[in-house]
Ligand binder design. Sequence first.
Ligand SMILES: Cc1cc2nc3c(=O)[nH]c(=O)nc-3n(C[C@H](O)[C@H](O)[C@H](O)COP(=O)(O)OP(=O)(O)OC[C@H]3O[C@@H](n4cnc5c(N)ncnc54)[C@H](O)[C@@H]3O)c2cc1C
Length: 454
Amino acid sequence: MTKTIKEPAKEIPVLMETEVLVVGSGPAGLAAAIASARTGANTVLMERFGCFGGVLTQVGVESFAWYRHEGTNDCEGIGREFERRAKELGFTRPEPQSISEVIDTEGFKYIADRMVTEAGVTPLLHTQLVDIIKENNTLKGVIVESKSGRQAILAKRIIDCTGDADVAHRAGAPYTKRDKDKLMGVTVMFTCSGVDANRFNTFVNEELKPTYADWGKNWDVITDKKEDDMFSPFMEEIFTRAHEEGIIPGDAGAIAGTWSTFTETGEALQLNMVYAFGFDSTDVLDITRAEIEGRQQAIWAIDALRHYVPGFENARLRNFGMTLGTRESRQIEGRTRVTKGHVLNQGRCQDSIGIFPEFIDGSGYLILPTTGRYFQIPYGCLVPQNVENLIVAGRCISADVIAHTSMRNMMCCTVTGQGAGTAAALSVKNNVSFNELEITQLQSALKTQGARMD
Ligand SMILES: Cc1cc2nc3c(=O)[nH]c(=O)nc-3n(C[C@H](O)[C@H](O)[C@H](O)COP(=O)(O)OP(=O)(O)OC[C@H]3O[C@@H](n4cnc5c(N)ncnc54)[C@H](O)[C@@H]3O)c2cc1C
């Protein structure tokens, strides 16, 4: 049994009171806060780290729309605005496997600041949610910790965009989380400098010639077959060889993956080559171990790249992502659960808040949206059970394993974020609960904001 102590109750100051509080500022939280403020609600966006952006800026994932091909029927809305703003400000580069552009992860910290400020959202950085304030089943606010100490924020509506459903979990809303040996892998992302991109590209195009079918060699990935011969920036075999030949001295099981873009100054960005299984990102001891083991694996991956890969001979570690990247943890059990069948059969729904292309990446699947197929996203997957005043967006929405693997993608998180933010603002304005909200009114507000419903 876990040893416990009793924490004494104490009076704490109220830091802020607001109509809508968004907790967590990844693609979902940013879209939620901007949408809420644009719909007219007084909105606070709080974030535990010193920059907005979530996985994009904190882990260093730049491939915002790598699924996009000529035939893709894509969503519209705040996520597309992120891309346009990044391009206008010179913070994009061509993405190697699609017709999209990556968003520079450092530049996006600035873009997020600008968009949050322009929308009139009240920003709150370096502030971690540690508990919730609830009367019966109704959320009234949250308890936070920061350099200013322990404080409360009171809010009429709260949007949980923490990725891990921290608010829903603490509020007692039901959720699922797979056993940790089944959860998708976690990643320490890294960047190298000193890389000769021309030599590397010659090697890739003339020798490696990687395709999506290569993902299947040791990973057992189901594709639609249409993906198999397409170019994919994926590398695995050299790491197996490096292990066999002693360049990687330890367990290399976690090392394999993709590269992304190169800068003109010889940096290889977003090296997504460490994929470690068996860690639960809601367990502090697990994430401590994953950070330390992940950094070791990244160093071994660089040793292997220097040894075997033309262009990487003089590569040096430039940086690690500022935090471990989590792909999967808690999924709330919402009013509606999105299923694999819905995603793979162009699911339609009365309560659509937006669309997302038929794109699945992970949990044994790789399906790219090259044919124009897409599904609608139901409002019901954002609305948790048993707790009032709470709505959820981003990767922790209500979805089964395969639907999650699609909906966890950043662009889809912006769709659920925009839906949740608009819903929260309307529910305050009309003084109705999330369950009572008139769906046609929500849909027409989203259309006015430029979101695509069908
Ligand atoms: C290594 C890796 C590679 C990926 N590659 C891609 C890719 O190429 N393309 C793609 O589209 N998607 C990719 N994904 C998936 C995608 O990045 C995430 O699923 C997506 O960012 C989730 O968005 P979100 O807004 O729900 O959560 P997050 O981006 O995780 O944001 C959650 C935010 O909440 C904050 N937060 C959490 N808890 C608290 C708390 N208690 N108090 C205050 N703040 C808190 C966090 O600091 C963070 O800013 C990848 C994910 C990983 C980990």
